[in-house]
Every structure is written in C-alpha cells, then in structure tokens.
Design a protein around this ligand. Structure first.
Ligand SMILES: [Zn+2]
Length: 91
C-alpha cells in the first residue's frame, strides 16, 4: 500500500505498464483486477483516506513489501481509476 502524492511517483511504473500492455478489469469503482506478467491477476484498490489522501494498494509482492514500490499493476489501475473519477465529478 502506498499513498499517491505526485505523478512523478508513477513515472517508472507507467512506462512499464505501457510496455507490458496489461489488461485491467473493472470490478467496481475503486477496485480493479490487473493482469500480472505471469497471466495471473492482482487486485488493486484505489481509495480515499480520512484526510483525502489517495491510497493505493496492490496484492502483488512489490505492493506487499515493507517499502512498497509503485508496481505497474497499480499504475495501470490508476490510469483507469482517474479517468472514471473524473467522469463522476463532471457527471
Ligand atoms: Zn502490483
């Protein structure tokens, strides 16, 4: 789990996500299943914290480590999530 503070944090993960061209499945708003490199799916959750912080969690190994990395699963899910969130705000 990590708190998203700036787009710069995602830069590397987005590059990897683009290269990998993974598949993101919409489960519900804020919950996505993202295909990993071995064809398995990881669950990525995008939530809002108590103070409005953007909390992102992924159940892959990188997402579970003590110092979690922004994995490409999270970056892929976030790309979809931010698009959906924007639509909701303008709807
Ligand atoms: Zn992940």
């Amino acid at each position: 789990m990590f708190i998203l503070q700036s787009a710069a944090q995602l830069e590397k993960a987005i590059i990897k996500a683009k290269k990998t061209r993974t598949q993101v499945k919409f489960i519900k708003f804020g919950v996505y299943a993202v295909r990993g490199s071995k064809g398995n799916f990881y669950t990525v959750k995008c939530e809002r914290g108590e103070h409005g912080e953007k909390i992102v969690s992924c159940d892959c190994k990188a997402g579970q480590s003590v110092k979690p990395l922004v994995c490409f699963h999270a970056a892929s899910a976030l790309a979809l999530h931010t698009g959906l969130a924007r639509q909701r705000q303008t709807a």
